[in-house]
Design a protein around this ligand. Structure first.
Ligand code: NAP
Length: 307
């Protein structure tokens, strides 16, 4: 029986592990299907406080993990496939093996939705990114492309105009999901070119190991053409990793955990941390902060219960 099981090993989960380990709760961290979370997909992180020269995303998240291990946190590979949160202790199936815990911290994150192209996947971190805040800075005076037609795409395109020589916004339809105000703002920006009814078919150049361009196809005419691009930002939404908890804790229409204040969820003893609940900030530092909050709440909860 564990006092605390933490699901997810990104900034949120690893920070929750530091705090619960230092509180002598002997946490178990289940690493999840994307160990290290979103940071493991980035390169240089320049906005995490304490690193004036920046630090590699995968290195940063691994160092937070090492810090947790130093205080006794245990890590296990794999993912939770099924959960029973209907009574305490909670029961979790980790790759088929059932474990029990008094409290649970869900820090399973939200995975960026990708186009699903082989070339896109191979060039993630080499010019393909899902985070303008993280990587925009690397494309000063370059040709930038953003894929998507929602608020995120507008926001990312607007933000990227600070860096890029130009920003092409590619959307698969000619109608937008984005709110009027965001769309108008993007349309009013002279650096942004709208390329509608168009899909990205291929990202060049896998053989060079960096983004040099894309092949576009107009879905109305079927016509294809190549276009030079240095940075490709995919902003087509995120998918919160909450499937095993559906129907057991309150989720919103998109599957994000609904916060009940602080780090509390609708189930007593289950806490949230990071992007699995936060669709607004999504930063390493805010996820770490949320991990700290969840850990402190779990600790207080256990103390009140006499453990
Ligand atoms: P979203 O609203 O779901 O929009 C996703 C966009 O990506 C849609 O335009 C969709 O095209 C496109 N898309 C999805 N799958 C695709 C694929 N496989 N290939 C090409 N295009 C694809 O997601 P979001 O923009 O991330 O926003 C999520 C939520 O956060 C929304 O509620 C949004 O309002 C909110 N948000 C708000 C702000 C803000 O107010 N500042 C900023 C960011 C996000 P279709 O339209 O054709 O489906």
């Amino acid at each position: 029986m564990f006092n605390v099981v933490i699901l997810g090993s990104g900034c949120a989960g690893n920070t929750a592990a530091i705090y619960t380990a230092r509180a002598n709760l002997k946490p178990l961290v289940i690493s999840g299907h994307e160990p290290g979370g979103q940071l493991s997909l980035t390169t240089l992180v320049e906005n995490f406080p304490g690193f004036p020269e920046g630090i590699d995303g995968p290195v940063l998240v691994d160092r937070i993990k090492q810090q947790a291990q130093h205080f006794g946190a245990e890590y296990r590979d794999g993912s939770v496939l099924e959960a029973d949160l209907s009574r305490r202790p909670f029961r979790l199936s980790v790759e088929g093996e059932w474990i029990e815990t008094r409290t649970l911290i869900i820090a399973t994150g939200a995975s960026a939705r990708w186009l699903g192209l082989d070339s896109e996947q191979k060039l993630i971190g080499k010019g393909v990114s899902s985070c303008a805040t993280c990587d925009g800075f690397f494309f000063r005076d370059k040709h930038i492309m953003v894929a998507g037609g929602g608020d995120s795409a507008m926001e990312e395109a607007l933000f990227l105009t600070r860096f890029g020589r130009d920003v092409a916004l590619v959307h698969r339809r000619d109608q937008f999901r984005a709110s009027r105000i965001m769309l108008d703002r993007a349309r009013a920006n002279p650096k942004i070119e709208f390329v509608t009814s168009t899909v990205i078919e291929e990202v060049h150049d896998v053989t060079k190991g960096l983004v040099t361009g894309v092949r576009l196809r107009n879905v109305a005419s079927g016509e294809t053409r190549d276009r030079e691009v240095d940075g490709l930002f995919i902003a087509i939404g995120h998918i919160p990793n909450t499937r095993p908890f559906a129907g057991q804790i309150e989720l919103d229409a998109d599957g994000y955990i609904v916060s009940k204040g602080g780090a509390r969820t609708s189930v007593t003893g289950v806490f949230h941390a990071g992007d699995v609940q936060d669709r607004t900030y999504r930063q390493a530092v805010t996820a770490s902060g949320a991990g700290c909050m969840a850990a402190m709440e779990a600790e207080r909860f256990l103390e009140a219960e006499g453990h």
